[in-house]
Design a protein around this ligand. Structure first.
Ligand code: CTP
Ligand code: MG
Length: 250
């Protein structure tokens, strides 16, 4: 059966929503995390460039701190992006989920594939971005990049008081576990339905699609796609940038 009203996979247009509205409490006092500098450039700009590096991406929707949309617009105007990439800025919400939903609300109709990428993962390589887009183009409703774990993981009964010993409840088999990163990629209609349907708090978008009963697939992630969460992560991020400069020869 043919359906000419739908774009063929090769023509599907791709937009990225970048939730960047978090405060960065675990990073400590200072500017909102996405606006902190890495080697003199705001983390958000690194993240936007990482998405715009993919030739498939034609729109980036940045979800800014609620009182920082103007500042984010000026930042994006001041830092060159490839000509093929448009951007929009919208103010975010109280939770990541709410921020992503506000970004989706701003999405023009012509985008069939939507990626959601944390501003806090500024250094994801373009090959990872392209692998996610490719898997969505090939028909997966939801795609997540992920890596095997180095640490063994225990499930515990959380203690009522912080610092108290916590009884272990279970030890999942490590070989079956994956640490999930972003960008996560979606068929647009699926992601919008997930955000309309799932109301409880989640920490990633793919888990909402899982709750719809659809299959989410994993593609290989990358160690440079780590999330800047705590102060030591800033040290690591700047070390990665320094290594890139050495390898690029400038
Ligand atoms: N995020 C958002 N809106 C929120 C909370 C988070 O857009 N209300 C974004 C963050 O800006 C970040 C991504 O979601 O890019 C992942 O969240 P996380 O790493 O937890 O960042 P923060 O919430 O800023 O950090 P913390 O939890 O330490 O405060
Ligand atoms: Mg958070």
């Amino acid at each position: 059966m043919s359906d000419v009203s739908r774009s063929s996979p090769a023509e599907a247009r791709t937009a990225v929503v970048i939730p960047a509205a978090g405060r960065g409490v675990r990073l400590g006092p200072g500017a909102p995390k996405a606006l902190r500098a890495l080697n003199g450039t705001p983390m958000l700009i690194h993240a936007v460039r990482a998405m715009a590096a993919s030739r498939a991406v034609s729109l980036v929707v940045v979800v800014a701190p609620p009182d920082g949309a103007g500042e984010v617009k000026s930042l994006l105007d001041a830092h060159a992006l490839p000509e093929r990439t448009d951007f929009l800025v919208v103010p975010g919400g109280d939770s990541r989920q709410e921020s992503v939903r506000l970004g989706l609300d701003a999405l023009p109709p012509e985008y069939d594939i939507v990626l959601v990428h944390d501003a806090a993962r500024p250094l994801v390589p373009v090959d990872t971005v392209d692998a996610v887009i490719e898997a969505v183009r090939e028909g997966a409703p939801a795609v997540v990049p992920a890596l095997p774990l180095a640490d063994t993981v225990k499930e515990v009964e959380p203690a009522a008081t912080v610092g108290e010993p916590e009884p272990v409840v279970a030890t999942p088999v490590r070989a079956r576990l994956r640490a999930v990163q972003t960008p996560q990629g979606f068929d647009r209609a699926t992601l919008i339905r997930a955000h309309e349907t799932v109301t409880e708090d989640v920490t990633d978008d793919a888990s909402m699609v899982e709750q719809l009963g659809l299959t989410v697939v994993v593609v290989p992630g990358h160690e440079e796609a780590f999330k800047v969460t705590r102060p030591l992560d800033l040290v690591l991020a700047e070390a990665v940038l320094a290594r890139r400069r050495l390898n690029d020869g400038f």
